[in-house]
Write a protein that binds this ligand. Structure first.
Ligand SMILES: Cc1cc2nc3c(=O)[nH]c(=O)nc-3n(C[C@H](O)[C@H](O)[C@H](O)COP(=O)(O)OP(=O)(O)OC[C@H]3O[C@@H](n4cnc5c(N)ncnc54)[C@H](O)[C@@H]3O)c2cc1C
Length: 407
């Protein structure tokens, strides 16, 4: 029997603890917060989108994530959860949730098995140092108390939403052993833009295509629903663009045509030309009625430098129709920044995965040391990819090459 210490009682740490203990290891989890799994409870708006069965989507660390998930992917993780007694339900786009759609149920199940398998959990302890002593590891916490173990699994997460526990302190534990840190950056977060063009749009949701541009170069494109806010734009598709928009001098371009139910620019041009004829005496302010919310219509007029006051639709010139069409097809906003770690859902960057074996997440530098979850330089898109990597890597680190023996 080995003694295993797990640093961090989040998704990766708790999965590692259950796996290791189910193989007969004596396991201790050390967690800095007053309870384990705080972030887990906040995931998926409290519903916990815990994995995804479709094509892997990892903007960074994709190859390493694929290697890990080849060994512990959705089918293996489903067996893990069902072995613990958690029923799952798959929804659209391969997103998998607990059947009762409660993140608390996932944590309850993990905690039940921690207790059943005799895993010791200490909360309110901040691990500050790891030292190698012969073939064992000594783990020191802020109070000065220490423990020794044969294996240590660092599962301290990244820097996203430190109020939920992950304060980035786990990085230093790994760099002190010679592992390289790739600069942590907020990801899956809202994008801040110039304010004038979006004045009055806060709260409006649009189905759109979102693209990030740097100079004349397209950096990234997503489709989905965006939400205008006072500071800029939010929504899943926008958040997935955030790490690309974090560069200097980027702009965000929203194609609003999908929200109007119009296929392309020519379609909108034809519709506006039709309105110019059929609605010739209708006030120009009404031009967007049925296509777009009034406030967004006003923003499009501003963007096209058209004052609709005291005019009728019949007065639109061909050049004005071109400007309105262009504004709707590419509503472009200068990016002024992205929201920080306080609101980000994940961290891009982290401990370089080159230093780890994807089969058991063991360090290639420091024997007996493992890392799992978001502390590593892997980040996924929305849809369950981040928890799937955290759970998959945690399970493999706990098993350490042994066959699963889940309860
Ligand atoms: C609001 C929100 C919603 C999300 N929703 C989803 C979702 O639905 N689906 C999805 O796939 N992903 C989601 N994510 C991302 C996902 O939650 C994380 O990627 C995942 O929790 C990472 O797991 P982890 O175990 O590596 O880190 P964490 O869950 O962050 O856990 C790390 C733990 O380690 C502890 N710790 C850190 N340092 C130390 C130390 N020095 N000593 C002791 N303890 C320490 C922390 O307190 C924390 O409990 C969401 C994230 C947020 C913030």
């Amino acid at each position: 029997m080995s003694r295993v210490i797990i640093i961090g009682g989040g998704a990766a740490g708790l999965a590692a603890a259950v796996s290791a203990a189910s193989c007969g290891d004596e396991v201790l989890v050390l967690e800095r917060m007053d309870r384990v799994g705080k972030k887990l409870l906040a995931t998926g708006n409290g519903r916990c989108n815990l994995m995804n069965t479709q094509t892997l989507r990892y903007p960074s660390g994709a190859d390493f994530a694929a290697e890990v998930l080849k060994r512990c992917g959705p089918a293996d993780q489903r067996r893990f959860w069902e072995g613990l007694g958690l029923r799952l339900r798959e929804e659209g786009e391969g997103r998998v949730y607990p059947a009762d759609a409660q993140a608390a149920t996932v944590l309850d199940v993990l905690r039940l098995h921690l207790a059943r398998l005799g895993v010791a959990v200490q909360t309110g302890v901040q691990v500050t140092a790891l030292t190698r002593e012969g073939r064992r590891w000594r783990v020191t916490v802020a109070s000065g108390e220490t423990w020794t173990a044969d294996r240590v699994i660092v599962a301290g997460g990244g820097r996203a939403q430190p109020k939920l526990g992950s304060d980035g302190s786990a990085y230093a534990l790994m760099t002190a052993q010679g592992h390289r840190l790739r600069t942590p950056m907020p990801a899956l977060t809202q994008i801040e833009t110039e304010r004038k063009p979006i004045a009055g749009l806060s709260g409006i949701r649009v189905k759109c295509g979102v693209s990030v541009w740097h100079g004349g170069r397209l950096l990234h494109r997503e489709n989905g629903e965006a939400l205008f806010a006072d500071y800029g734009v939010s929504g899943v598709c926008v958040m997935q663009c955030a790490q690309y928009a974090a560069k200097r001098d980027t702009s965000l371009s929203l194609c609003l045509l999908p929200d109007m139910g119009i296929a392309d620019e020519e379609g909108l041009r034809a519709e506006l030309q039709r309105r110019r004829t059929d609605w010739a005496r209708v006030p120009l302010e009404q031009l967007w009625t049925g296509l777009s919310p009034a406030r967004l219509g006003q923003a499009l007029f501003r963007r096209a430098e058209i004052r609709p006051n005291d005019r009728v639709c019949g007065s639109l010139t061909e050049a004005e129709i071109s400007r309105l069409t262009a504004a709707a097809a590419a509503f472009t906003l200068r990016v002024t920044g992205i929201r920080g770690f306080d609101t980000a859902q994940v961290t891009a960057g982290g401990i370089d995965t080159d230093g780890f074996d994807p089969a058991n997440l063991a360090s290639r530098i420091a024997p007996g040391l493992h890392a799992a979850g978001e502390v590593l330089d892997v980040d996924g898109d929305c849809g369950g990819f981040n928890l799937m990597f955290a759970f998959g890597s945690g399970i493999l680190a706990g098993l350490n090459g042994r066959k699963p023996n889940h309860p």
